[in-house]
Write a protein that binds this ligand. Structure first.
Ligand code: GDP
Length: 596
């Protein structure tokens, strides 16, 4: 049976290219919202941090209706740290929409997800968005996207992908640039005509591969997946087949079944081929499990979860001031919260250590762990973290292997020399260099993950905030030997009220301080360029005073998103306001240490 009434698509876009606006508009125009219901929240990016950092971390589902067909839209994480998630999402769909900004053109994050979609032979609809922008250059961007397809070894068919021009903001799409824009209808039509309907036998044995896990305080774990075969019904007896270990198979009864409508889950009694369903009431459901009918239960092969490559210790805050900022300070709090995270994040690993004061948390990259840290701190958890360390492996011969990342970098031409020099020192190997558009150079490196630890701040300083650095896990490779950093300055971190200010004091050009708000530290630290961190005397007491006096500068720090570069003069002005003078001795000590 072909389910002409369903289309399952994933949406791929670089940050800010308009994915959220586009989905909002599809929802509005499909009448999925009643007319008196206003779309208040942005649809896709539901997590605060996702919104602030402009990255999607977890896949989310939306469904819209068009001419009697239901279009399930699944958001895809654009960042490589969440690579495992991307592949699992793409297994649920029959095609993707690639959204590209008509001015900015194709970007590295887009390329990363597109590569996965092309590898899976998924049809692609290219949506050139923001054509209303005065500087839009849609024809050039189309050429760039086609080049990207060629770069990624797209098949003939994939090279024939339909292009569509849209202004998500104005709610219109057209098939040719000269057409009169009216609504999103051309995009809806292209989805229906170009993306294949899911197919299968509704009477076959049931098979639903659980691709993501949602979690809700009231109903607990919720498995989300596509019905690949047969039909699933409430009250049906099924076997939950574990992807790796048949001893872990469980017999369960389906108690609650949902499908997506708009942004909501609605209860249904049964669902068949091609439907994307959510299932609650099975406490022990995991990503990779296949729900099967009891006769001849066969699991669906499952995309392996990316292994952690980086670890940090999460340490109980034992300072006498603990608890003044956050609600949760004990080891028990920390432990419960970390283990709860494992419910929804399969790429994360949490291990106990010899002491109950500290837990070892391993994840897919620095970003992966920093998002967790930030989320927890916002929820009111107070804890300290150690410096990130990479996880080594050993091959059969006992040779040491380390995680290697592929870094894609776009920098203004004048900074490419510095970036190449710095990354070479960090054992990066230049793989490619090309002229990008608008005075930018594009660089590609293979570099040990440990070479990138702490590099982002330095990179931002070196490129005056104009560089773009994207990394993708490439695999484990032979250990590249010790990295000798030239001592060039130190990254310092200290808190001003709610924001953390951290700066790279560069010994050669002591002129810049990089300020980035958002992340809180609970003790000050200096991270030297040798990668070693030292504690400094920015203590919790000072922090508290600062919090109480809520200086205007902390507000300003909060407003400084995205991070920007200040001159030393500006930076000092920024730090040494009246309220902040209280920390001057510490500042001086810090600066002395740094400049020594
Ligand atoms: P996402 O990060 O891909 O989800 O991007 P958003 O949907 O959040 O859009 C990023 C920014 O681009 C927002 O400020 C939008 O208002 C803006 N934007 C989105 N679509 C358009 C468009 O068609 N035209 C213009 N001019 N701006 C747009």
């Amino acid at each position: 049976m072909k389910r002409e009434d369903i289309r399952n698509i994933a949406i791929i876009a670089h940050v800010d290219h308009g994915k959220t606006t586009l989905v909002d508009e599809l929802l509005k125009q499909s009448g999925t919202f009643r007319s008196n219901q206003v779309v208040q929240d942005r649809v896709m990016d539901s997590n605060d941090i996702e919104r602030e950092r402009g990255i999607t971390i977890l896949a989310k589902n939306t469904a819209v209706f068009y001419n009697g067909a239901k279009i399930n839209i699944i958001d895809t994480p654009g960042h490589a740290d969440f690579g495992g998630e991307v592949e699992r999402v793409l297994k649920m769909v029959n095609g993707v929409i690639l959204v590209v900004d008509a001015f900015e053109g194709a970007m590295p994050q887009t390329k990363f997800v597109l590569r996965k979609a092309l590898d899976l032979d998924l049809p692609v609809i290219v949506c050139i968005n923001k054509i209303d922008r005065p500087e839009a250059r849609p024809q050039e961007v189309i050429d760039e996207v086609l080049e990207l397809f060629i770069d990624l070894d797209a098949s003939e068919e994939q090279l024939d992908s339909p292009f569509i021009y849209a202004s998500a903001k104005k709610g219109v799409a057209v098939l040719e640039m000269g057409d009169t824009p009216e609504s999103m209808q051309p995009l809806f039509e292209t989805i229906i005509n170009y993306i294949p309907a899911p197919e299968g036998d509704p009477d076959a044995n049931t098979q639903v591969l659980i691709s993501t896990i949602d979690y809700n305080e009231y109903v607990g774990r919720i498995g989300v997946g596509k019905v690949d075969n047969g039909t699933i019904k409430v009250n049906q007896e099924v076997v939950l087949v574990n992807a790796h270990d048949p001893n872990k198979n469980q017999k369960v009864k389906i108690s609650k079944l949902y499908e997506f409508e708009g942004l909501k889950k609605v209860e249904v009694n049964e669902a068949t081929i091609g439907a994307i369903v959510a299932i609650s009431g099975i406490p022990d459901i995991h990503i990779g499990d296949t729900i099967c009918s009891p006769e001849n239960p066969e699991p669906i092969p499952f995309q392996k979860i990316s292994e952690p490559t980086i670890a940090m210790d999460f340490i109980v805050n034992d300072s006498p001031f603990a608890g003044q900022e956050g609600k949760y300070v004990t080891s028990r709090h920390l432990r419960d919260r970390l283990f709860k995270e494992l419910n929804t994040d399969v790429s994360l690993r949490v291990e106990e250590t010899e002491t109950t004061e500290s837990y070892k948390v391993s994840g897919r990259g620095e970003l992966h762990l920093s998002v967790l840290i930030e989320n927890m701190r916002r929820e009111g958890y107070e804890f300290a973290v150690s410096k990130a360390e990479v996880l080594y492996k050993y091959d059969e011969k006992g040779k040491k292997l380390e995680p290697i990342e592929r870094a894609y970098i776009d920098v203004p031409d004048e900074f490419s020399g510095t970036v190449i020099e710095k990354l070479s020192q960090r054992k990066g190997e230049l793989q490619g260099m090309a002229n990008g558009s608008g005075g930018y150079t594009r660089l590609e490196f293979l570099i040990p993950a440990r070479g990138l630890i702490g590099y982002r701040g330095e990179f931002m300083t070196d490129t005056k905030g104009n560089g773009i650095l994207n990394t993708i896990f490439d695999g484990y490779g032979p250990y590249k030997g010790d990295i000798q950093y030239r001592k060039q300055g130190s990254l310092i971190a200290f808190e001003t009220g709610e924001a953390i200010t951290y700066g790279l004091f560069n010994a050669q050009e002591r002129g810049t301080l990089f300020i980035s708000p958002g992340e809180k530290v609970y003790s000050g630290m200096i991270v030297g360029q040798n990668g070693k961190s030292e504690d400094i005397e920015v203590n919790v007491c000072k922090r508290k005073q600062l919090t109480n006096t809520r200086s205007s500068s902390s507000d300003e720090a909060l407003r400084l998103t995205p991070p920007r570069i200040l001159s030393l003069e500006q930076a000092l002005e920024f730090i040494e306001t009246d309220e902040l003078l209280e920390v001057t001795p510490t500042n001086l000590r810090m600066r002395k240490k740094i400049l020594d």
